[in-house]
Design a protein around this ligand. Structure first.
Ligand SMILES: [Zn+2]
Length: 364
């Protein structure tokens, strides 16, 4: 999450995150504080996560039953031959020229969109395709970033490997098949949120939801997801639980990028793992009790009526108040945060225990 703190207690999350396949790198930008004196700090933090797969359980995975209509067309970038991948809902501009791979990217984005909609079924469609940029090399990506992101380019260029999302388009460069699919599916959710949500959900939750889509597998040419599987996040979560390093939920819910500055890579990995764990908790924890609340929250974000948020945003420059997160969650989950935290902690411990047990069984 890339955030600019512009006034006291108010955050403008201007973009999202970046990552690589494995290990996973993230960009965190903090913060322009207007009190007591203006400061601008640029921070890049590295964190580990997964885009690596655990043993696969295809029967539990969902995804499209048929191939999407994907067209790979000629394009030019900087005078060089390039490609444009056109699907029903996306246009991916690419300097990668492997047509088979680009066909897969098109299938991935359409499949991911269906997964986003499965998670947020009451969010209305939009009638414009979403734009994505996928570069073959980092220098191309950097060149594009300089041209397209203005004063913010200096921020994005701090990314060591990975991608970012600005407004409702994302930019990535090739990180190998698995890493690129992971980035695209993750950034695609930020893009989906930016396009469809008129009010912002808490950034930690958006981050966690985006992490749900990272583990992409393939059944032939069709992408597959199991929102309960993310080996890298689970590994980081396990380390945090076993090391006693979990953040209190009350802190986590109001966190944004700037607040993980200066922490160790392990602590940043913990932040992401907990975001992922919370999104997964809402999706499947307590027997699925909170899934309707999550979906109601996303619907309200889309129609601009999100409880406790500011006015609907007209563009990506919306401000977000970290203090809105706690009452917002308590409203939708119909419980106080302390009670939610107890359930959340129990859920995380269950995940870790199951992972340990599975390891014991596999190890004989
Ligand atoms: Zn992200």
């Amino acid at each position: 999450m890339l955030s600019v703190v512009s006034v006291a207690f108010v955050v403008r999350p201007i973009a999202v995150c970046a990552r690589v396949a494995f290990p996973y790198a993230g960009l965190r930008i903090a913060a322009k504080r207007m009190r007591p004196a203006p400061i601008f700090k640029l921070i890049v933090l590295l964190f580990l996560t997964g885009c690596a797969h655990a043993p696969q359980h295809f029967e539990s995975r969902s995804g499209p039953v048929a191939l999407a209509r994907v067209r790979v067309e000629p394009w030019t970038y900087d005078g060089e031959p390039a490609r444009r991948v056109v699907t029903p809902h996306y246009v991916v501009y690419a300097t990668v020229t492997n047509d088979d791979f680009l066909e897969s990217v098109g299938q991935l984005m359409e499949g991911a969109l269906a997964e986003y909609r499965r998670l947020a079924p009451d969010v209305p469609d939009t009638d414009r395709p979403m734009e994505c940029y996928l570069f073959a090399t980092r220098p191309q990506w950097a060149n594009f970033t300089l041209k397209k992101t203005g004063d913010d380019a200096a921020i994005y260029l701090q990314i060591n490997r990975g991608g970012y999302t600005v407004r409702d388009w994302y930019v990535a460069y090739f990180l190998g098949d698995v890493g690129t699919f992971c980035v695209a599916a993750h950034e695609g959710f930020h893009q989906f949120a930016a396009r469809h949500f008129r009010t912002r959900i808490p950034p930690f939750l958006e981050e966690g939801i985006a992490c749900l889509f990272e583990d992409v597998t393939w059944d032939g040419r069709l992408p597959r997801w199991d929102l309960s599987i993310n080996y890298g996040r689970l590994t980081a979560l396990r380390k945090a639980v076993e090391g006693g390093g979990l953040l209190p939920l009350e802190d986590l819910v109001s966190m944004h990028a700037g607040q993980v500055i200066n922490r160790t890579p392990a602590q940043v990995a913990t932040f992401y793992a907990q975001c992922w764990g919370f999104a997964r908790f809402l999706w499947e924890g307590e027997g699925g009790r909170y899934r309707p609340a999550l979906q109601e929250m996303l619907k309200d974000a889309a129609d601009g009526s999100l409880f406790g948020s500011g006015p609907p945003r007209l563009n990506a420059g919306v401000f977000w108040n970290p203090k809105s997160a706690k009452p917002m969650l308590e409203h939708y989950l119909r419980a106080d945060l302390a009670a939610i935290d107890r359930q959340y902690q129990r859920f995380l411990n269950q995940l870790v225990t199951r992972a340990k047990n599975a390891e014991t069984v596999e190890g004989g």
